[in-house]
Design a protein around this ligand. Structure first.
Ligand code: F6R
Length: 612
C-alpha cells in the first residue's frame, strides 16, 4: 500500500514528484505529501485526500521560484494503517530537529517501544504513526552522515519498510532502504529517481535497479551506491523496464479499469504466447522447471493467494483435479501461513499474486519453503518479492495493472492455471486427444474475450436495470462458483453494492431468506454438465420474485427464468470461466459508473496489500 517517489537531478523536483504521485495514487489515496530540499533547508507540504489537493496546495502556498529551486525531493501517497488519514499523519514525517524527513511504506512493528523510549528522552510526537518513530530514531543517530544514521536506526526496527530519506545537511542526496516493501531506483541522464513502483519511473527512464531486502542505497543525480545493513558494498544490475510509458496511461478510456478490461484479449494472449503446444496437446512452461517425472511424483498441488488471486486458484483447483487427477486445493494465504500447514517435499505450492508483494502470500511462500515443499510463483510483476523468493514459476505478462480492482491479472492467472493443468494432465492421465482439444480451446481465448467485449453496450443495459439495487447475489457451480465469487467481489469493491457470491446449490441452505422481490441474482448458466441443476437453482430464486440475470452460452437453449441474458461464446466449461469473468467485470464496471463511484480508487482500498 502507499506510494513513494523521490527525485534528485537537474530538473525541478516538485513537478516530477507530483507527476509520480499521480501515477502511484492507486496504491493509496487518503492523504499525500512532499518535501523538497532548498538552499534554506527542507520544505514540506501535506494534504488530506487525493494528490490533486496537494497539487492545489503547492500552487497556492509555494511561489514558482521556490518550486524551481528544489532539485531533490521525496513524496508519498498514503493508505492509512496507523492513525487516521489526517494532515498530521501524512508523510513526509520529520525528526526532532526538522532537518531530516522520511517517507515510508510498510509497518514498523516495534514502534510503540521506540516511541516510548524517545518520549522518555523528551521527544514530542506530532502524529500517531509508526513512521514518525523511525525518523526520530534516525535523527537520534545522525552525526552528519545520513546513510549511517539510517542504518543504525534500521538495525533497531522490526517490521517491513520501503523508505526514502532526505537531510538538510546533505544536499542532493536521498537515502533509500527496503525490507519487505518494494523499492526501485530509476537511473536517468544526470538524474535519479526512487519509487515504490516502476510505473512512476517509466516516463523518465527505463533503466532501473530493483533493491532487495536489506539494501540501503545512497542516491545522487549521478550515482547509486548500495550497501547492506553491515555497510558491505552490494552490486545490483541495471535492468530495462519492459513496458511502455503508455501502459500506465488510460489510453482514451474513462478509467484504468475499463482500459484493463479491454486489454484482456491481448494480455491473455501474452500469457499464452509460446506456451501452448497444439500438436502434442500440452503446455510448455519452462519457468516451472519441472520434468514430466517430477510432475508425476507430486502428491498434491496447494495454491495460496488472497482476494481475486485466491478466486483464480479456486478455478485452478477444478482444472487440476479434472484434467490431471491430482489432489489440488487452494487456501487463503493468510490462513496457510498460520495454520501449520501439512505440506512437505512431495507437495507443489503455487503462490498466486498479481503484485508479487502481498504480505500474506509472501509469508505463505516462506512457510511452504520452510516445510520443504516445492514452491512456485504465478506472478504478474517481474522482479517482485514473490517472483524472486520462489525462484521458479510462470509470469502472467499482463503489464502494469493500475486499477485497484483486479481484472486482467485474474484472467491471466486462470489462463496460466489452465496451462498448468494441461501440462500436469498430459504428464499424468490426460489423453493426447483430449489434450489437443483443450489446447485448441485455450488458444481461442483472446477471440472468446473479444466476443464478450463486443457486447459492452448490451451488458451496460443490463447494468442500468441493476444499478438501483443495493444487494445482489452471484451464483455458480463447479468452476463457475469461484467466478461467481469474483463477480460479487468486483461489484462490491467498485460500486459499494452488497453482493454475495454463492455456490448455487448452497443458496437454499440459508441465504435464500434474503431474497426480496426484484433483487438481482446473477446466475452463471453456461453449457456445462451441471446446467440443469443451475437452472433449477435459478428457478428457486425466480419463484421468490428475484430478478434473474443469466450468463448463458450463445446459441444454447433459451433460459426461461431469465429476466436478462448476457451471452458468452460456446466453449469448454473450464475455459468458459474466463469469458464469463470478463462479462461480470463489465457488469460491475457499468453498475459502478451509473452509481457515480470512483471506480479506479474505491474507498478504503489500495492496490497491493504489503501489510498483514
Ligand atoms: C480485488 C483485488 C484484491 C487482490 C488481492 C491480492 O480486485 O485486487 O483482492 O487480488 O489483494 O493481491 P495480489 O494478487 O497482488 O497478491
Amino acid at each position: 500500500m502507499c506510494g513513494i517517489i523521490g527525485y534528485v537531478g537537474r530538473n525541478a523536483a516538485t513537478p516530477v514528484l507530483l507527476g509520480g504521485l499521480r501515477r502511484l495514487e492507486y496504491r493509496g489515496y487518503d492523504s499525500a505529501g512532499l518535501t523538497i530540499q532548498q538552499a534554506g533547508g527542507l520544505r514540506t507540504l501535506r494534504a488530506v485526500g487525493k494528490v490533486a489537493r496537494l497539487a492545489d496546495k503547492v500552487r497556492a502556498e509555494w511561489v514558482e521560484a521556490e518550486v524551481a529551486a528544489g532539485h531533490a525531493g521525496i513524496a508519498h501517497t498514503r493508505w492509512a494503517t496507523h492513525g487516521a488519514p489526517t494532515e498530521a499523519n501524512a508523510h513526509p514525517h520529520s525528526d526532532a530537529t526538522g532537518r531530516i524527513r522520511l517517507v515510508h511504506n510498510g509497518i514498523i512493528e516495534n514502534y510503540r517501544h521506540i516511541r516510548a523510549k524517545l518520549e522518555a528522552k523528551g521527544h514530542v510526537f506530532a502524529s500517531e504513526t509508526d513512521t514518525e518513530a523511525l525518523v526520530r530514531l534516525i535523527g537520534e543517530y545522525h552525526k552528519g552522515d545520513l546513510r549511517q544514521a539510517v542504518i543504525a536506526a534500521l538495525r533497531r526496527v522490526e517490521g517491513a519498510y520501503g523508505i526514502a530519506v532526505l537531510s538538510a545537511a546533505e544536499p542532493g542526496v536521498i537515502v533509500v532502504a527496503r525490507k519487505g516493501s518494494p523499492l526501485v531506483i530509476g537511473v536517468g541522464e544526470g538524474e535519479c529517481l526512487v519509487a515504490s513502483d516502476p510505473a512512476a519511473l517509466v516516463a523518465h527512464t527505463r533503466r532501473v535497479i530493483y533493491l532487495d531486502d536489506g539494501d540501503v542505497a545512497r542516491v545522487t543525480a549521478d550515482s547509486v551506491d548500495i550497501t547492506d545493513l553491515d555497510h558491505a558494498p552490494i552490486d545490483r544490475e541495471i535492468a530495462e523496464l519492459t513496458f511502455e510509458a503508455g501502459a500506465v496511461e488510460k489510453g482514451g478510456h474513462a478509467h484504468f479499469m475499463l482500459k484493463e478490461i479491454h486489454e484482456q484479449p491481448e494480455t491473455v494472449g501474452n500469457a499464452l504466447r509460446g506456451r501452448l503446444d497444439l500438436v502434442n496437446g500440452t503446455a510448455v512452461l519452462s519457468g516451472m522447471g519441472a520434468t514430466a517425472r517430477e510432475l508425476l511424483d507430486f502428491q498434491r498441488v496447494v495454491m495460496v493467494g488472497c482476494g481475486t488471486s485466491l478466486h483464480a486458484g479456486m478455478v485452478g483447483e477444478f482444472a487440476l483435479e479434472e484434467l490431471a487427477a491430482i489432489h489440488a486445493e487452494v487456501q487463503p494465504a493468510a490462513e496457510f501461513r498460520y495454520r501449520n500447514p501439512l505440506v512437505d517435499g512431495r507437495d507443489l505450492v503455487v503462490a498466486i499474486s498479481q503484485s508479487g508483494e502481498t504480505a500474506d502470500t509472501l509469508a505463505a511462500v516462506r512457510e511452504a519453503k520452510d516445510k520443504g515443499a516445492v514452491v512456485m510463483g504465478l506472478v504478474n510483476v517481474v522482479g517482485s518479492a514473490i517472483a524472486r523468493e520462489t525462484g521458479r514459476g510462470v509470469y502472467l505478462h499482463a503489464g502494469p495493472e493500475i486499477s485497484v480492482a483486479s481484472t486482467k491479472a485474474f484472467t491471466g492467472q486462470v489462463a496460466v492455471l489452465l496451462l498448468m493443468a494441461l501440462k500436469f494432465g498430459r504428464g499424468r492421465r490426460l489423453s493426447g486427444e483430449r489434450g489437443q482439444a483443450l489446447a485448441a480451446e485455450i488458444a481461442r481465448l483472446p477471440k472468446l474475450i473479444e466476443a464478450v467485449l463486443a457486447q459492452d453496450a448490451a451488458i451496460a443495459a443490463v447494468a442500468a436495470r441493476m444499478a438501483g439495487h443495493d444487494h445482489a447475489f452471484f451464483l455458480g457451480r463447479g468452476p463457475m462458483h469461484p467466478v461467481a465469487l469474483e463477480g460479487a467481489l468486483k461489484l462490491k469493491e467498485i460500486s459499494y453494492v452488497h453482493a454475495e457470491g454463492y455456490h448455487a446449490a448452497e443458496l437454499k441452505h440459508g441465504p435464500i431468506a434474503l431474497l426480496t422481490p426484484g433483487m438481482p441474482v446473477v446466475v452463471l448458466a453456461n453449457r456445462s454438465p451441471v446446467l440443469d441443476k443451475v437452472l433449477g437453482n435459478a428457478e428457486e430464486c425466480r419463484a421468490r420474485g428475484a430478478r434473474v440475470i443469466a450468463v448463458v452460452t450463445d446459441g444454447g437453449p433459451p433460459v426461461a427464468v431469465a429476466d436478462d441474458v448476457i451471452r458468452i461464446p460456446d466453449c469448454d466449461p473450464l475455459v468458459a470461466t474466463i469469458p464469463a469473468a470478463v462479462a461480470l467485470q463489465l457488469l460491475a464496471y457499468h453498475v459502478a459508473r451509473l452509481r457515480d463511484c470512483p471506480i479506479d480508487q474505491p474507498r478504503n482500498l489500495a492496490k497491493s496489500g504489503t501489510v498483514e
